[in-house]
Ligand binder design. Structure first.
Ligand code: SAM
Length: 287
């Protein structure tokens, strides 16, 4: 376990993931009934972007740093409001020194009845996360293999839930593991909303990954991808999200948000984006 998210916190991939996560949390709050967020690979929850590690890569500067420069047009400002309001709340003096990871962001958006179960396997990171939420009765942090939580923690007792699966992709077969993890979880909790993160880079088996997902009996799967540069160079060129049981408005929102993020975060002329149903009731004009 070499991966440490502090080197990547606030980068372009976090921007897409956290902007969508915030929208999914807000959507669940359309009903009064409580829900649970299960964050299977939670990280440390709060990142200091002035730390030596974050400064070393400077990745946040071409992610959240770019997005926070200047005003946003409508309706982008509205779509990003829950996400950026949390970032601003952590940085009352302006700029972005502190950046919320997924568990912190979800928690900042919660109502009193909502709950978070956060899994983190790295002992140091798990301890840091537990410290961050110490005394918070709405949050439970567990040092556990997040893949196991897809069995052990589902369905949540609230019977409403959002499951974020955001593994570090250190292993070769992580795409397959991610797809199979979803399939296993969905069998236990088919009414939950799922959000799966995956990297886009040279040689990534995206077609196989999508085909595997399409082979499952999961009827509503939306895919959102944003690449900020050509994948001919090494390293992360973009990222994707699979959203199972998305809110009915999400696809249209992505069709507004993704082109904007592409333009704002592009690092070269090969930046691209797409949002489409991987499985679902596709209308002819969709794609
Ligand atoms: N979800 C976080 C966010 O958006 O702020 C970032 C998570 S980071 C991409 C992946 C995290 O998973 C790392 O903190 C790593 O230590 C942790 N991790 C790695 N393998 C794990 C496993 N099997 N179970 C739980 N956590 C794991």
């Amino acid at each position: 376990m070499n991966y440490r998210h502090i080197y990547h916190a606030g980068n372009f991939a976090d921007v897409l993931k956290h902007a969508v996560l915030a929208r999914l949390v807000r959507y669940l709050q359309n009903k009064d009934k409580a829900f649970r967020v299960l964050d299977t690979h939670a990280g440390i929850g709060l990142y200091d972007l002035t730390s030596e590690e974050a400064q070393k890569t400077g990745e946040w500067q071409t992610g959240i740093g770019k997005l926070m420069e200047g005003d946003l047009p409508d309706p982008i400002a509205e779509l990003l409001e829950p996400y950026l309001a949390a970032v601003k709340e952590l940085n009352p003096e302006g700029g972005v020194k502190f950046y919320p990871g997924s568990p912190k962001l979800a928690r900042m958006l919660f109502r009193p009845q909502d709950r978070l179960s956060a899994m983190e396997l790295h002992p140091d990171d798990s301890r840091a996360l537990a410290r961050l939420f110490e005394g918070d009765y709405q949050v439970r942090v567990t040092e556990l293999d997040g893949w196991l939580s897809l069995g052990a923690h589902l369905p949540p007792k609230e019977k409403r839930g959002l499951i974020l699966v955001d593994p570090p992709f250190e292993l070769e077969n992580e795409y397959q593991r991610l797809a199979d993890g979803l399939n296993k979880a969905y069998r236990r909790f088919s009414t939950g909303t799922y959000c799966l993160w995956y990297p886009l880079k040279k040689g990534a088996p995206i077609k196989d990954f999508h085909e595997r997902l399409q082979s499952f009996e999961i009827p509503k799967m939306l895919c959102a991808e944003l690449s900020v540069r050509s994948d001919r160079l090494d390293g992360l060129s973009g990222s994707g999200l699979i959203i199972v049981n998305p809110p009915y408005t999400l696809k249209e929102e992505l069709h507004t948000l993704l082109p904007y993020l592409k333009t704002r975060l592009a690092q070269d002329r090969f930046a691209s984006q797409r949002a489409f149903w991987l499985r679902g009731e596709e209308k002819p004009e969709d794609g």
